[in-house]
Design a protein around this ligand. Structure first.
Ligand code: PGA
Length: 224
């Protein structure tokens, strides 16, 4: 049974491709998940690499895929002379969501509270819904964010997922401030995904297992 909160259908499943796959890989993934996505009661958001957003949008529209699009990041700046950047405003009408604050951005690019707050503001002004990542309950969440992804660094890409009990207790602390939609991320797979939803998480943010239909479809099936 599908539940809706903050007008979003749950469970919420966000796919973070990072700097992986070429267009052919993304296209094959779409083909591979379309049947499962069609009957999925929640929300599926695919966040491919930036160059594939336009083609993904065309594909979603032409084949009626039940998937929304998200950007993996946006610039802290608005449009203008910012070589190499993608401003939130440029994603209007293309992406519905934007991941901000992923721990890889925080560590590899030194993004701290000021930068992340600017990004969230830009996203909101462009009408993008933010999926804001935190490493734990101590990370600051900018105003206006509705969806938070709790991703302990030790669990990302390691095969060493947090326990559902621990993730649920962190989610509880985060929710003391606001009734966020809370996702868990970090080594989510078909074997463990259901336990996070059963523990009370509203959804998951999936990296490695989101790259292939063979690993993604069993995840969707398990919580669909
Ligand atoms: P993982 O990545 O599923 O490969 O651990 C999750 C993430 O970094 O969002």
């Amino acid at each position: 049974m599908s539940e809706r909160r903050l007008d979003i259908a749950l469970p919420f499943v966000a796919l973070n491709h990072k700097a992986n796959l070429d267009w052919e890989g993304v296209r094959v993934l779409f083909e591979g998940i379309s049947a499962e996505a069609a009957t999925f009661p929640g929300t599926i958001v695919i966040c491919p690499s930036m160059p594939f957003l336009s083609e993904s949008q065309r594909k979603i529209k032409s084949s009626g895929l039940n998937v929304a699009l998200g950007a993996q990041d946006i610039s802290q700046f608005t449009t203008g002379a910012r070589t190499g950047e993608v401003a939130a405003e440029q994603l209007k009408g293309l992406a519905k969501y934007a991941i901000i604050g992923h721990s890889e951005r925080r560590s590899l690019f030194d993004e701290g509270d000021d930068v992340l707050t600017a990004k969230v503001k830009n996203a909101q002004e462009a009408g993008l819904e933010v999926i804001f990542c935190v490493r734990g309950s101590e990370d600051r969440i900018p105003a206006g964010v509705k969806i938070v992804a709790y991703e302990p660094v030790s669990a990302i890409g390691t095969g060493n997922a947090d326990t559902p009990e621990s993730a649920a207790s962190v989610a509880k602390v985060i929710k003391e401030n606001r009734d966020y939609i809370i996702l868990y991320g970090g080594s989510v797979n078909a074997e463990n995904v259901k336990s996070f939803i059963e523990a009370g998480l509203d959804g998951v943010l999936i990296g490695g297992a989101s790259l292939k239909a063979e690993t993604l479809v069993p995840i969707l099936r398990s919580i669909g």
